[in-house]
Design a protein around this ligand. Sequence first.
Ligand SMILES: *Cc1c(COP(=O)(O)O)cnc(C)c1O
Length: 381
Amino acid sequence: MANQLFSTRVVHNKLNQNTALNSKATPIYQTSAFTFRDLEHLESYYSGDTPYLYTRENNPNTDELGQAVANLEEAEAGAAASSGISAIMAGILSIAEAGDHIVTAEDIYGGTHQLITKQLASFGIEFTMVSFADPEAIRSAIKPNTKLLYTESITNPFLRVEDIELLVEIAKEHDLKTMVDNTFATPYLLQPYTQGVDLVAHSATKYIGGHSDVTSGIVVGHRDLIAKAKQRIIGLGTSLSPFEAWLTQRGSKTLALRMKQQSQNAKHVAHVLKEDQGVARVYYPEYVSERGNGAIITIELAEQVDFEAFFKSLGWIKLAPTLAGVETTVSYPIRTSHRALTGEEQERLGISDYTIRLSIGIEEAEDIAAQFQQAIRESIK
Ligand SMILES: *Cc1c(COP(=O)(O)O)cnc(C)c1O
């Protein structure tokens, strides 16, 4: 399997083949528990000979999803969780506990920022946030109790492409673990685990699921760390439900097709918007991988554009506080993903009233670009 090309592997990633009726699609095991013939059969669960007991602990659909994404990332093991945030939490908690310290990039997803600065901090996990664009800033943030370096492969909202090799090198120097949120890139573009990263997390709510119809998360990596992450998911009760796992896994089959089309479309739209005088700046990565540069574009509208009018002029493009669906959408970081940051933090990261994040979908590139151009034209002051 591993040596098949990605687009082939992504479709043939059906792992729970042991169904009595040979159904083409994996059945949904919509059950909270599994039954046992007798006490001997029950004991066989604890000896590892029978796979399932109770869905919060494990279920064929959630297992399949975790393994499927592990395969795509070429990682040893994977675990699904109830959301991207709970997958990230499980991953961090497989490495750090009260009294430990983690170093994170400052330009991470707003929800992850909250997780680390409010939730995990309240349980005694210390943190320092620095610019990961500066290797010396990372090195000087490391303390004797540091356990983990945490970042995103493509950051949010300005789409800085992380230097994974450098990060792994710094971690090795100090005997630390690394964890990377690969949500924006997906394994279609980047596979941080193959570059030496210990844990890779996904908000599968985004590209892995791809259809904006499910909230789920995945963490993949070394077998021993994933076993610990799984215990956190089970113990904290953040398991994914079978139906959500099934939906996510179904969506994942078109990941390669979608990413290919969405990346191509984004390249076109970024090019068109760069030429538009209503746009002061376009943030779009110059190089992510030979397969493309992803489908998120962040723009800064020019001052002559009324940003409130812009949102009213978008026609079929909807304002939605998410990304990565098949439909093109826009989001407004200052009022959604980065709302909880202080004004000072927003300013330091460069997020203003004029900052708009575009998630480019699978429609015709010309139609997407034309709709944005029309919205800008209609909202010039
Ligand atoms: C959305 C998102 C998350 C959080 O995922 P949820 O599924 O909403 O919990 C984490 N990281 C990134 C980069 C995201 O875009």
